[in-house]
Design a binder for this molecule. Structure first.
Ligand code: ADP
Ligand code: MG
Length: 234
């Protein structure tokens, strides 16, 4: 499928953003690893679909009205059986934060290998065009604003420098005896997002904001476990 069709379909449905399953299809089209997943309409479809995934899994609500899924009780990680998943979906549907929202379905996806959570983002500047951003996730981004930006398209050297520039960069080399995470895997993601022919350059007319939060990076690879794309007005 042409990745541009993902955006056109969302626009045809009057959506101002890509939902998470669609955002992840867009990432996958650019070679960025995302968890294997299925989308179900409700608890009744879980049993049939569950067998295609390798537990443990995560369940997430898919709703255009819920931006921060965790805050709304719309994310549950580490579920080990179809029965657990069914229970979680039933409970989510009953929760007050969800009751008033339009619900498109539930995303069930495999857990990413453990690692360091980072954030990769994109922004369309009216003057400079697409910018790409990287940060170390969690408090590093939210409290310390430890992020670095470049104008697209970036080179591999730019991507490497973006990481070196982070005040918390030492986290990538391993904390408390942990293994270093793969900087190369992060650079690969940054190139696929912000490089020449990357996602932001190819869709610069359509993408106002991109948020891969988090990308989970281990010593061998990087998996984008959340994806949000806000579309430009058109
Ligand atoms: P939101 O940001 O909307 O609250 P996320 O999709 O980012 O929801 O999920 C919340 C958190 O759950 C993530 O920051 C991550 O720590 C964890 N998580 C989500 N999906 C996965 C996954 N597939 N594998 C491992 N952890 C996950
Ligand atoms: Mg998130």
């Amino acid at each position: 499928m042409d990745p541009q069709d993902l955006i056109s379909e969302a626009r045809a449905r009057q959506r101002s953003a890509l939902d998470e399953p669609t955002g992840k299809k867009l990432l996958a089209a650019y070679g960025i690893a995302v968890p294997r997943s299925i989308v179900v309409a409700g608890a009744g479809e879980v049993d049939r679909a569950f067998g295609t995934l390798k537990p443990p899994v995560v369940v997430k609500i898919v709703s255009p009205d819920i931006l921060h899924k965790s805050d709304a009780g719309g994310v549950k990680v580490n579920l080990k059986s179809a029965a657990e998943v069914e229970e979680v979906i039933a409970a989510m549907m009953k929760s007050p934060a969800v009751a008033n929202a339009r619900v498109d379905g539930f995303l069930i996806e495999e857990m990413a290998p453990a690692g360091q959570e980072i954030v990769v983002g994109g922004l369309r500047d009216p003057q400079f065009g697409p910018l790409v951003m990287v940060g170390l996730g969690g408090v590093f981004v939210e409290v310390l604003a430890d992020v670095s930006f470049r104008i697209c398209p970036i080179s591999r050297l730019d991507a490497q420098e973006m990481l070196t520039e982070l005040k918390g960069a030492a986290i990538l080399d391993g904390v408390r005896g942990g293994k270093p995470v793969s900087r190369n895997a992060i650079v690969d993601v940054l190139m696929k997002v912000g490089g020449d022919g990357g996602l932001l350059m190819q869709h610069s007319a359509d993408i106002q904001e991109a948020d891969l939060n988090p990308v989970i990076v281990s010593d061998t690879g990087a998996v984008a476990v959340d994806a949000r794309f806000i579309l430009t007005d058109s």
